[in-house]
Design a protein around this ligand. Sequence first.
Ligand SMILES: C[S@@+](CC[C@H](N)C(=O)[O-])C[C@H]1O[C@@H](n2cnc3c(N)ncnc32)[C@H](O)[C@@H]1O
Length: 261
Amino acid sequence: MSTARFYDGLAATYHALYPDWEKEVHEQARALSKLLGSPAPGSAIADVACGIGTQLLGLAEAGYDVFGSDVSRAAVHRARAECVKRGLVAHVVVADMRALPWPDASMDAAICADNAIAHLLSDDEVTSAFDELRRVLRPGARLAVTIRDYDAALRERPYGTAPQVMGTPGLGRVITFQLWTWHGASDIYDLEHFQLTCEDEGAWKTSRRTATFRAYTRAHLLELASGAGLAAAQWLTPRHAEDFQPVLIAAGPTRETPHPT
Ligand SMILES: C[S@@+](CC[C@H](N)C(=O)[O-])C[C@H]1O[C@@H](n2cnc3c(N)ncnc32)[C@H](O)[C@@H]1O
């Protein structure tokens, strides 16, 4: 199953991954804005794997000029609908993060949040995404990339995640869990994502979707970010970042240090 298909299938129920998605929208925007150096209202912020808008909506509500993109058509469609529902304006398009649709040096900040980068399965693919992020950032503009704690996962090589039971407005109780199958001793794994919803009294429906991920260590991503010409790359741990995942912070090119070719 392609990544886009995986998220197309999940778009309608993605919010059920959180105990309270609306609260998450506000809290993540507040934390991200701080991580990005509290850009002035009206600043242009790119969200390059925006999904249904978990970060984008709060950032738009905070007064930023938000440009979202994602490979999933259904997620983009829902992000647009969520904007309309809230009376927000954001520019959301279908695009791969390795070929961003915006001009050079057009963004005051950028984000790539919640493990989207782990869908890119090779160093070359991640380097292409970082190259594109560097290209669209103004000199010195900040980038925040959040990713699962794969340093821990590579030590433990888990078989999956424990079931979470959420009470979700409009959907009732939703049970979500993942099964992981590692490709031998490598850092690649196939993920089976299960979501169980109760349609009628006792009639549970199971949706299963699959995607492939690569478990990047923090040192590995830091090396790829620096190699792509992103400046001052460093990791912040969740406690410091007020986010649930480690955050890679970097900056667009300085005028003095253009991208090494
Ligand atoms: C876990 S979701 C996070 C979405 C959003 N940031 C959020 O937190 O709700 C990962 C997102 O990455 C997107 N994605 C995966 N590979 C991508 C690529 N190559 N280019 C753009 N988006 C991609 C998926 O479609 C999905 O929406």
